[in-house]
Design a protein around this ligand. Structure first.
Ligand code: PEP
Ligand code: MN
Length: 359
């Protein structure tokens, strides 16, 4: 971890350890804000987040308490001494936040996809000296993320941090969002002096995965975590499945270790990280494709069973193998290797068909 990325942030936070911004997805009530902030303060958290205006994908869900929640955040700061911040998605939000004297803001993933809004936010921040956390857009577009950083920077804001929260995925994955670590690493290469946070809550979508994602972020040398914590997560009005109690957040923080800057200055470090992240993503895709293949194979098995068609049809498999080996050769892959892999897949597929029911 390279602490120089936090040069200039000293009056905002203690820059000696892992930076952690934590708090509920939404500010729901004065009591919920104060109870959560007090518990997090006791757990040693000094930066408190809570969404006041919530961008919801579908109408009819809880859209935040709005302006009336701003005094709750100010009170949480007065009671705990924490710095407090919320999400802004328009110039109006920025005015309201600056008027209420909050300490930081973040720009959410949906807003970052819209340069008009980011520019409006940037314009309304001119002359302010407030740290801005910028999430990646919901789609894997590095340029939109970089563009948002540049727009805010051009408005004169000095303290900007990036927050990686994964991207929407079209394939079946276990997380709510595809981590797509490669994009965060690419951003780091583009802005090496920018502090980089990971939001494991919005990547995970489920509290049981938040720890492993936070640990992975430490492996990749992120500078901080941006994480959701609610005094009663199961009762939360938004993102109930992914929020941690303050106690669970404390245990998580104890269990992960920020990496020391062991290879600082090595020109290979970032490249290795980038390639490893790519390998991880390829492996994830392989696993999800294998799962999809097996599922499809199971469906074929059901039809064979219903039509009393034998499972093993040698000529069909010979044709499959011939086709993939030819393709693989065009990529320069060794025939023996590809044949082994596909024969193994075929075996598993036959086993699946033997055991699949008609459901
Ligand atoms: C949030 O932090 O509560 C939020 C809405 O996040 P994102 O913009 O990453 O979806
Ligand atoms: Mn949320």
């Amino acid at each position: 971890m390279d602490r120089s990325r936090f040069d200039g942030w000293e009056s905002f936070m203690d820059c000696s350890g892992l930076a952690v911004v934590a708090g509920p997805c939404s500010a729901e009530s004065r009591e919920q804000v104060l109870r959560t902030a007090e518990a997090l303060g006791k757990a040693g958290i000094s930066l408190f987040r809570a969404g006041v205006w919530k961008p919801r994908t579908r109408p009819g869900n809880f859209e935040g308490a709005g302006d009336s929640a701003l005094p709750w955040l100010a009170e949480a700061r007065a009671v705990t001494g924490m710095k407090v911040g919320t999400e802004v998605a328009s110039g109006k939000h920025v005015e309201a936040v600056l008027g209420a004297g909050l300490d930081f803001v973040w720009i959410g993933a949906r807003t970052v996809t819209n340069p008009f809004l980011v520019q409006e936010i940037a314009d309304s921040m001119k002359g302010a000296d407030i740290p801005v956390f910028i999430k990646n857009p919901v789609n894997p577009d590095l340029e939109l993320w970089a563009g948002a950083i540049e727009r805010i920077r051009h408005s004169g804001i000095g303290r900007i941090a990036a927050v990686h929260r994964g991207v929407t995925s079209y394939s079946r994955i276990i997380y709510r969002n595809d981590p797509h670590w490669q994009m965060a690493i690419a951003l780091r290469l583009r802005f090496p002096a920018l502090p980089m946070f990971c939001d494991p809550s919005h990547i995970a979508g489920d509290r049981k995965y938040v720890g492993e994602i936070a640990a992975k972020a430490m492996d990749l040398d992120f500078d901080g975590l941006f994480i959701e914590s609610h005094i009663e997560p199961r009762e939360a009005l938004s993102d109930a499945a992914q929020q941690l109690t303050p106690d669970d957040l404390s245990s998580l923080l104890l269990s992960i270790k920020p990496k020391e800057n062991r290879c600082a200055g090595s020109p290979y470090r970032e490249s290795i990280d980038q390639l490893r992240a790519k390998i991880d993503e390829i492996d994830d895709s392989l696993v999800s494709l294998l799962a999809e293949r097996m599922e499809t194979s199971g469906k074929i098995g059901s039809y064979k069973r219903r039509g009393s068609i034998p499972i093993l049809q040698g000529s069909r498999w010979d044709a499959v193998l011939e086709r993939v080996v030819k393709q693989a050769e065009a990529y320069g892959l060794e025939t023996g290797f590809v044949t082994d892999v596909f024969n193994r897949i075929h075996r598993a597929s036959i086993e699946r068909q033997e055991h699949c029911g008609d459901d």
